[in-house]
Design a protein around this ligand. Sequence first.
Ligand code: SF4
Length: 352
Amino acid sequence: MSQKSTPAESVHADPRALVQAHLAEPAVRNHSEDELVLWRERIKRLLKEQNAVLVAHYYTDPLIQALAEETGGCVSDSLEMARFGAQHPADTLIVAGVKFMGETAKILTPNKRVLMPTLEATCSLDLGCPPEAFAAFCDAHPDRTVVVYANTSAAVKARADWVVTSSIALDVVDYLDSRGEKIIWAPDKHLGSYVQRETGADVLLWDGSCIVHEEFKAKGVLDLKALYPDAAVLVHPESPASVVELADVVGSTSQIINAAKTRPEKRFVVATDQGIFYKMQQQCPDKELIIAPTAGAGATCRSCANCPWMAMNSLENLCGVLERGDNEIFVDPELGRRAMIPLQRMLDFRKP
Ligand code: SF4
């Protein structure tokens, strides 16, 4: 039932080792090691020539994360990706992640060219929150402050009072609750109900979910706890409440990595996308990471905790977009100006 991650130390000592280890992954099985090394070298050269920087999410292919680090880019959660891109002097941002991350980068830095390896990579939370239906929902509850998760389209952000990521959701809603404000929360119902339980705020939930985190099963986590009683359980709050209840730490991707680094346990059961293991193992090479199960006994995989849209980012399409200069992200300037208001509130927010 468990799956141990690839140690990342060797990755930095020898990128070929990372390539070799990753060849076992289904997404890259069709590419030779030479091809992958060639793409890496080409991408490095093109980034330099185009004064571009690679900004990658924790859930992307470890090959992309390693390359972002080697070339002076960043690997982080969506909040830090947005901050890093906005502050970096590069003319072009290459955003390896999903569509809303590219849009957010463009809204924050309208004068920069923002490219993405693929324009097909989206998110079930974004798809599950169409702007017109969401605007009607908000219009029906004019007395509520509208708080939306970063995993939304520019149009949904433009309708919001606040944008939050999972790393600051609790603090922002707690702050709004302390001011007596009632909340509309969208789109993730699991994260929203977690925030509601933790803060006691009056929260009206939109009915959206992440197809990756929703699949974690309490029964599977309990089985692992029985097998490894010394392990601590780290859970992303997009997971169902029954899984969150079993957690020793509930947190965003950055908070989960930090917990693995700072907690005394040597073993962790982790309920979030497996892509995070690259960075976690790099930060804690002496600890064992076990992915929480998502599947039943009859399933063909032990855990399907891999976002299908994040997995669309590859060295091949990253190289292609740098060569062709296509897949550029555009956001209507007026929409961007309106979306910038709640985004800026998020960036400026400091816990009182
Ligand atoms: S892991 Fe879930 S929340 Fe993250 S991009 Fe994929 S579908 Fe969206």
